[in-house]
Write a new protein. Structure first.
Length: 146
């Protein structure tokens, strides 16, 4: 399973680094953005049975909205990554009508290699605007020079 720079950075981005972006990351703001219909897809990933208690509490907030029909949830499991002996548990929440993004994200993440184009597509699926993706890619995934 491929992991993009966005995934690695946003999982533990140092505050000073995050402040260099001209926009606010969705990280830890997913629920409010989805309720405002400004984010079509949220993704949470950790080892099966290894989500921290704080994330479990956050996920329960999403589940209330799944029960009300505001969000659609799908769980997906993938094989262990190198150095881990447990499968990865991916939890996807999508707005109604946007669940196609879940399938596309699963397919994208199943890529054996990762490129700038993959990184852009991940941002698009998560609901980042084109200018945000452009900035992110220029900052963290520079184009190769010939």
């Amino acid at each position: 399973m491929a992991m993009g720079i966005r995934s690695m950075i946003t999982r533990g981005m140092p505050i000073p680094l995050a402040r260099t972006l001209p926009y606010t990351l969705h990280t830890n703001r997913e629920l409010g953005l989805m309720l405002a219909r400004r984010k079509p897809l949220a993704v949470f990933v950790d080892g099966k049975g290894h989500f921290p208690a704080s994330v479990e509490r956050y996920l329960r907030l999403f589940c209330r909205h799944v029960a009300d029909g505001r969000f659609i949830r799908r769980d997906h499991f993938s094989p262990p990554i190198e150095g881990r002996n447990y499968p990865l548990h991916h939890i996807y929440f999508a707005l109604p009508g946007e669940q196609w993004r879940i399938d596309e994200m699963i397919e994208l993440k199943s890529s054996l290699c990762w490129s700038r184009d993959h990184e852009r597509r991940e941002g698009e699926l998560l609901g980042y605007e084109d200018w945000m993706n452009d900035h992110f890619l220029d900052r963290f995934y520079p184009k190769p020079t010939v």
